[in-house]
Ligand binder design. Structure first.
Ligand SMILES: Nc1ncnc2c1ncn2[C@@H]1O[C@H](COP(=O)(O)OP(=O)(O)O)[C@@H](O)[C@H]1O
Ligand SMILES: Nc1ccn([C@@H]2O[C@H](COP(=O)(O)O)[C@@H](O)[C@H]2O)c(=O)n1
Length: 202
């Protein structure tokens, strides 16, 4: 199994890059795991309490479960990936069975910041986009897709997203084997990653 870790700040385009990589690979040979699925289960908290959580701090992620699942996938076992709702801001009761694939992609803002998780990756990728570009994309996405209003997005950006980005995410760039500049769509870089994967599939 070849395991890729893809990190980068919010809105840099990780999900988009992953979709572009996966699009042209055989469906049954690639699997994707998102760090977002592993936000801690906060169902014991009220909605009001949940809004106070810093969702950009590493402590908000159940890294132990994520690492355990990757270990199980490497052993050839199917894992039950949690489902996270951005609207409810907690984990759902349902899970998704995720089978092991020849290539597994693990993407998320903090996947290169956790040393134990980082060690599991054969290839480490950091997607870079400037902070103003990321904020614009995040504003559009969170208001259109994640049910947040403008004020909430901006307050969260100032109080959690930006400080945590500077403390944990940007420094994790130094661990990357490949940095993808993504201020605009970067088909060349995506092709390079796809070629590396294809070489490993044959
Ligand atoms: N290179 C790009 N240029 C313009 N918009 C982009 C680019 N990459 C992604 N986007 C858009 O920005 C938003 C955030 O992208 P996404 O892939 O969800 O980022 P991430 O997973 O890193 O948070 C989405 O609406 C996506 O369509
Ligand atoms: N309830 C939540 C949980 C997380 N977030 C934000 O998601 C961002 C990470 O996801 P990306 O797809 O943008 O990489 C992170 O910056 C959290 O602030 C949220 O808004 N609400």
């Amino acid at each position: 199994m070849l395991i890729l870790g893809i990190a980068g700040g919010t809105g840099c385009g990780k999900t988009t890059v992953v979709n572009q990589i996966v699009e042209q690979l055989p469906e049954n040979e690639v699997g994707v795991i998102s760090q977002d699925s592993y936000y801690n289960d906060l169902s014991h908290m009220s909605r009001k309490e949940r809004t106070k959580i810093n969702f950009d701090h590493p402590n908000s992620i159940d890294f132990n479960l994520l690492i355990e699942h990757i270990d199980q996938l490497r052993e050839g076992k199917t894992v039950d990936t949690p489902i996270y709702s951005f609207v409810e801001e907690t984990r759902m009761k349902e899970t998704i069975p995720t089978p092991p694939r020849k290539v597994m992609i693990v993407e998320g803002i903090l996947v290169l910041s956790n040393p134990k998780l980082r060690d599991l990756f054969d290839i480490k990728i950091f997607v870079h986009a400037d902070s103003d570009e990321r904020l614009i994309r995040r504003l559009q996405r969170d208001t259109q897709e994640r049910g947040h209003d403008l004020n909430k997005v901006l307050t969260r950006y100032q109080t959690a997203v930006k400080p945590m980005h500077l403390q944990f995410i940007e420094p994790s760039k130094e661990f990357a084997d490949i940095i993808i500049p993504n201020n605009r769509y970067n088909t060349v870089a995506v092709d390079v990653v796809r070629t590396i994967i294809n070489n490993n599939l044959t």
